[in-house]
Write a protein that binds this ligand. Structure first.
Ligand SMILES: [Zn+2]
Ligand SMILES: [Zn+2]
Length: 282
């Protein structure tokens, strides 16, 4: 065997070649090389600069992200130059702040919702009891009781609004409507023999509906006060007047809503799909 051949073969085999840019040792004699993983053969060697650039691309700006060799999956060991204590403290502080921010923001959000609820509760108490009496009651009450009691006012209003009591009454009534001739007179049931049962629409299914519940619930005390003043002006106690106003409003609205829903239900139940008008008829 020719010695010459052996030499070129060996050199060819061990010649460094960068797996990023494919350049060899002869192409750039000053470049720094590194073998950062378990790879053997053609992907063993890589330029320090090429690998740095490649890792930058993989990390996408997150300089602490771990990066591994795409061939052998060995995690690259990246050593940073030593830093002074000042930079180290800043580094730690940066990480702590980064991790804490979502919690702080969440806390601020919950806190502001809570205080809004407290304010709303206080305003409602003053509205229902009258300005002076409401203030008196709140001044006399235990602060802890106020801090828990006031925010439950809007919560209770919203929960109350979410109870669709009209639907229950309607459903009950549809079941037993045959036994109540008076209501049947109110809603003429002329088609009831071959009536289909329409599909139920799910309440609270979209965000718009949720805002409606919210607005309706929070405006209820104001409406109750107004209705109370209009309908029960003779009642002396602010609280009783507002309570009566609220009950009257809810009852009237409930009856109207039941009527409207039943009308809609009947329209749905009695709808008819007509034949497509054929050309001979036109
Ligand atoms: Zn390279
Ligand atoms: Zn590798």
């Amino acid at each position: 065997m020719c010695l010459c051949y052996l030499r070129t073969h060996l050199v060819g085999c061990c010649r460094k070649s960068c797996w990023v840019c494919f350049a060899t040792e002869e192409d750039d004699r000053d470049a720094t090389w590194v073998q950062p993983c378990r790879c053997r053969g053609t992907t063993k060697w890589v330029h320090q600069n090429c690998l740095q650039r490649w890792i930058d691309e993989k990390q996408k700006g997150n300089s602490t992200a771990k990066v591994a060799c795409p061939q052998c999956n060995t995690e690259y060991v990246i050593i940073f130059p030593k830093v002074g204590p000042m930079v180290y403290i800043m580094d730690v502080a940066d990480k702590v702040i980064y991790k804490m921010c979502p919690f702080v923001a969440g806390g601020i959000f919950i806190g502001s919702v809570y205080w809004t609820a407290v304010t709303y509760g206080a305003v409602t108490v003053m509205q229902v009891l009258g300005h002076k009496e409401g203030l008196n009651v709140m001044e006399r009450a235990d602060p802890l009781f106020l801090l828990i009691g006031l925010p439950t006012i809007p919560v209770m209003l919203i929960l109350g609004k979410m109870v669709h009591w009209e639907d229950y009454i309607l459903r009950l009534w549809r079941k037993h409507s045959a036994k109540l001739p008076f209501f049947n007179y109110l809603f003429s049931d002329e088609y009831s023999k071959n009536m289909r049962i329409p599909a139920e629409t799910a309440p609270l299914s979209d965000p718009l509906c949720a805002t409606r519940v919210l607005c309706g619930a929070l405006i209820l005390p104001t409406i109750a006060t107004i209705v109370g003043k209009l309908m029960f002006g003779s009642v002396q106690s602010n609280f009783q007047r507002t309570l009566l106003g609220g009950i009257a409003f809810i009852t009237i609205k409930g009856v109207l809503k039941i009527y409207y829903k039943q009308q809609q239900y009947q329209r749905q139940a009695n709808r008819v799909i007509v034949d497509f008008p054929s050309e001979t008829q036109m």
